[in-house]
Design a protein around this ligand. Sequence first.
Ligand SMILES: Nc1ncnc2c1ncn2[C@@H]1O[C@H](COP(=O)(O)OP(=O)(O)OP(=O)(O)O)[C@@H](O)[C@H]1O
Ligand SMILES: [Mg+2]
Length: 230
Amino acid sequence: MTLDLSHITLTYPDGSSRLTALDDVTVSVPAGTVTALVGPSGSGKSSLLAVAATLIIPDSGRVVVAGNDTTRLSREELTDLRRTSIGTIFQQPNLLPSLTAVEQLQVVAHLAGTPAASARARGLELLDAVGLADRADHRPHQLSGGQRQRVNIARALMNEPAVLLVDEPTSALDHERGAAVLGLLTALTRERRTATVLVTHDRSQLGGVDAVVEIHDGAVTARSELATTG
Ligand SMILES: Nc1ncnc2c1ncn2[C@@H]1O[C@H](COP(=O)(O)OP(=O)(O)OP(=O)(O)O)[C@@H](O)[C@H]1O
Ligand SMILES: [Mg+2]
């Protein structure tokens, strides 16, 4: 298992009391597989991703990323773990307007201390993997919405993360482009052996995933394993 979330409980301050956003949630994601996380608005999906990303420390429970028990790590060690082992892809690509596609990727490698030349080579290789080899020197405004999201995906893979966390990556795209982005994410998960969690509202696009976890009011209400190739 590359991502293990066990017995996660998370509350937020809510007036004079606390709101329980996650209630004893346990999810394990093996390397090379995609687990889809589905549930209504406000059910806790993004909160669970934030806990998995070690951006929020839960009230209780354990998060193990690539064998590292995060409850034992200092803040500095967590920052390091996020840089080296966790890739995140959110709804909006959040690309830097002044940088070309390949430069967006090089920034991430630079922050992780990778030498510039090898960072550029890896950036170009990943842009090729997401079908954008001929767009490496384009800036975000010169790219379509689907192309921007593909740069975002390539950027998340730049530091070879063990865990890939994806929140509604297709909500800004039409159905066809959304399906293409999900197909790409599934293929990259298999190829790069990431443990991928995919939050989605669109049940019609769950064809390629390995498992589905349903969450309601912060609790897991159903889980199903689908035909797995991982
Ligand atoms: N920072 C916060 N402070 C207080 N309450 C919060 C905070 N973030 C989220 N919540 C609450 O926690 C619950 C879960 O929110 P979360 O964002 O995880 O839901 P979600 O499943 O991602 O919803 P959506 O599908 O709309 O994105 C909601 O009731 C929300 O209002
Ligand atoms: Mg959300």
